[in-house]
Design a protein around this ligand. Structure first.
Ligand code: ADP
Length: 286
């Protein structure tokens, strides 16, 4: 069962010489995280606007949770879908906690405790501050909390790691993976490679309103990359770098017909060495 089905989607803004989205086809399976990855201006937000019913003028067919986006009531739609906008919507005169309570009141079904969501998004300390004082990164996180509030079956998120530091961006990626594992479908637009690589089951490369490729991140790397190993060796005191095609390593290792797909060296990182020498970590995971 597909949560999203997009066929031949074309969107042309008034007065624009070229379509912003130009004949896109893709589906998002229930419970998967699909990333739309591409540079600024590629058309990702425009797809997000169609999926979230903010653009009604398009050609092609777009179904979200089985319902064509041009049909059905918005109210029913937003009960089942959690939306995160690129420019976060919030009520600046209210605190973060009051914002979530206000949005929770709009839903008919059960909602999560705002305190738990603020905790999840590392906003517990800012819970009682007016959101007018929030930084862009804090608003992006509040926006995600708001999208999660009513436990939607589908999350449509536009750049959910934009403006976040690496640790918080990773926390958001973890939340997306956790939700997907629990059955939520996620469509995420991003220009962040790490989000595409580490949060998405499949990634669509979007350029000039078209999908240039769509597959799992590992499959894309293996199918279109040029796999090989870079080795550094020391000869007569001098450091040499050599590139070895994987085929050379395959025959050297005598793999008996098995194919080598990737090679990773296991030398320590500076962080590992720091931890070994001092007993402390500089950053990242403990
Ligand atoms: P992305 O999200 O990948 O950065 P967008 O979907 O925002 O890309 O934009 C795709 C193209 O459509 C760009 O060329 C952009 O300039 C144009 N565009 C976006 N919004 C509008 C609008 N409201 N009116 C006219 N053109 C727009």
């Amino acid at each position: 069962m597909n949560a999203i089905e997009v066929r031949g989607l074309t969107v042309r803004y008034r007065g624009a010489s070229a379509p912003a989205v130009d004949g896109m086809d893709f589906t998002v399976r229930t419970g998967e995280v699909l990333g739309l990855l591409g540079p600024s201006g590629a058309g990702k937000s425009t797809v997000h606007r169609v999926l979230t019913r903010r653009i009604r003028r398009f050609t092609g067919s777009v179904r979200v949770l089985g319902v064509p986006v041009a049909r059905g009531r918005d109210r029913d739609f937003f009960e089942r879908v959690g939306v995160g906008f690129e420019l976060p919507a919030h009520l600046p005169a209210l605190t973060a906690r009051e914002n979530l309570a206000a949005f929770a009141a709009l839903h008919r079904g059960p909602t999560d405790d705002p305190a738990d969501l603020l905790d999840l998004l590392d906003l517990a300390e800012a819970a009682d501050r007016r959101t007018a004082e929030f930084s862009k990164g804090m608003l992006v996180r509040l926006n995600l909390a708001r999208a999660l509030l009513h436990r939607p079956a589908l999350l449509l998120l536009d750049e959910p790691t934009s403006g976040l530091d690496p640790v918080r961006a990773e926390a958001v990626r973890r939340i997306l993976r956790d939700r997907a594992r629990a059955g939520t479908t996620v469509l995420v637009t991003t220009h962040d490679m790490r989000t595409a690589e580490h949060a998405c089951d499949r990634v669509a490369f979007v350029v000039d309103g078209r999908i240039a490729a769509l597959d799992g991140p590992r499959d894309l790397r293996l199918a279109h990359g040029n796999p090989g190993a870079v080795v550094e060796l020391r000869r007569d005191g001098a450091l040499e770098r050599r590139e070895l095609p994987l085929a050379d390593l395959e025959s050297a290792l005598g793999l008996g017909g098995a194919r080598l797909e990737t090679v990773h060296s296991r030398e320590a990182t500076l962080d590992d060495v720091f931890a070994r020498l001092t007993g402390r970590r500089i950053g990242g995971e403990p």
